[in-house]
Write a protein that binds this ligand. Structure first.
Ligand SMILES: Cc1cc2nc3c(=O)[nH]c(=O)nc-3n(C[C@H](O)[C@H](O)[C@H](O)COP(=O)(O)OP(=O)(O)OC[C@H]3O[C@@H](n4cnc5c(N)ncnc54)[C@H](O)[C@@H]3O)c2cc1C
Length: 333
């Protein structure tokens, strides 16, 4: 129960940034409430199932695929997750690559579920507006419910944060607004393809040198699907060009490009459009503290000193940003 004296924080966005910050704050006795518009927790840690006509189900990770660790603070979290059997090394890398990649053992969304189990999280709760009233931050949801706390963390992709400022009729100082508007993300169209037989994707995942296809993963070889299930990620260029195209056209192009690796007919497919998949530009700092009457901070994978040298370090950036934002809030409240 939250007492009047206990510091409190509202976090909007239940992806890895919000969950890591929330865990850190709660461990320091802050009462944390996380609001997320998604049906499930995790944001870009996305996993879903597709039913095969024979009654079985294929499971797909279709957002974040695998991550690497370069920073000792993130390493400590990953070691804990390894000990708890929440993450495992990505199948083939530990043996043959200089880089060790990791993934969620049951699925990537299971990492988010693991973090969320000790936090107060409201899913299917879209925040329509924020405002400061009395000595509290208020988040008003699309269902007209109000949540209140002493401090506020926005942990969504930056264009969605700007949209929230807009609907909240909050005018940002032009320097801040320009800085945030300069942050751009690549789109990514994902195809989730259920296959009639085993895929020919040689490993759990494959970086593609193709105009349309950026990445292919075999969720069965990866160990999260009992039946053949492939995830296809389009290149940013293809995703931009085909963003509004009918799903049939998108699927045809991407599945045709993947024919050499699929090796079996496609039984069923589903398409997901990620408008903000990975940052193409970054803010330059680990978080942005807002000039407001009470502690208010913005964090996420675009809040980094420099673009990661490899896209598999984006997740680490999100984690480090969440940790830095939590530290800032703890100093303020
Ligand atoms: C296709 C794809 C492939 C990727 N591959 C990799 C990879 O291999 N390696 C890697 O390191 N990174 C990868 N990434 C990037 C990685 O997933 C992200 O860096 C990381 O997950 C960002 O987490 P986040 O918490 O900052 O944002 P998100 O996960 O986007 O979380 C933001 C949350 O905010 C919620 N939200 C937004 N608006 C509102 C609102 N108004 N009210 C309430 N909730 C709201 C959303 O529902 C969402 O859950 C990939 C991403 C994608 C999409």
């Amino acid at each position: 129960m939250t007492s009047q004296a206990q510091p409190s924080c509202l976090i909007i966005g239940g992806g890895i940034t919000g969950l890591i910050a929330g865990t850190q704050l709660q461990n320091t006795d802050v009462a944390v409430t996380i609001l997320d518009k998604g049906r499930g927790i995790g944001g870009r840690f996305a996993t879903r199932r597709l039913a095969h006509p024979n009654g079985s189900k294929g499971q797909f990770d279709y957002g974040m695929q695998r991550f690497e660790v370069s920073d000792r603070r993130f390493q400590a979290w990953v070691e804990q997750w390894l000990a708890e059997d929440v993450v495992v090394p990505w199948p083939e890398t530990s043996a043959r690559s200089a880089i060790t990649y990791y993934r969620g053992r049951l699925s990537n969304r299971s990492i988010a579920k693991h973090l969320a189990q000790t936090l107060t999280v409201h899913t299917q709760t879209r925040v329509a507006a924020i405002r400061y009233q009395g000595d509290r931050w208020l988040a008003q949801t699309a269902q007209n419910q109000d949540f209140a706390a002493q401090s506020l963390l926005l942990a969504m992709p930056v264009p969605q944060i700007l949209e929230l400022f807009n609907t909240s009729v909050i005018a940002l100082p032009s320097e801040l607004k320009n800085g945030l508007e300069a942050i751009v993300y690549d789109p990514c169209i994902a195809v989730l393809a259920l296959l009639a037989g085993p895929s020919q994707i040689p490993e759990a995942g494959l970086q593609c040198q193709d105009e349309a296809l950026a990445w292919l993963a075999c969720n069965q070889k990866k160990g999260i699907s009992t039946i053949p299930a492939a995830t296809l990620h389009a290149t940013p260029e293809f995703s931009r060009t085909y963003w509004d195209a009918p799903e049939g056209d998108i699927a045809q192009h991407l599945l045709d490009a993947a024919v050499p690796w699929l090796g079996s007919p496609v039984v069923d497919y589903s398409i997901h459009r990620w408008q903000y998949s990975q940052p193409q530009t970054v803010y330059g700092d680990r978080y942005l503290s807002m000039p407001a009457p009470a502690p208010f901070v913005i964090a996420g994978d675009a809040f980094a000193p420099a673009l990661p040298t490899r896209p598999t370090l984006n997740l680490e950036n999100a984690v480090l940003s969440g940790l830095a934002a939590a530290t800032y809030l703890l100093e303020q409240i």
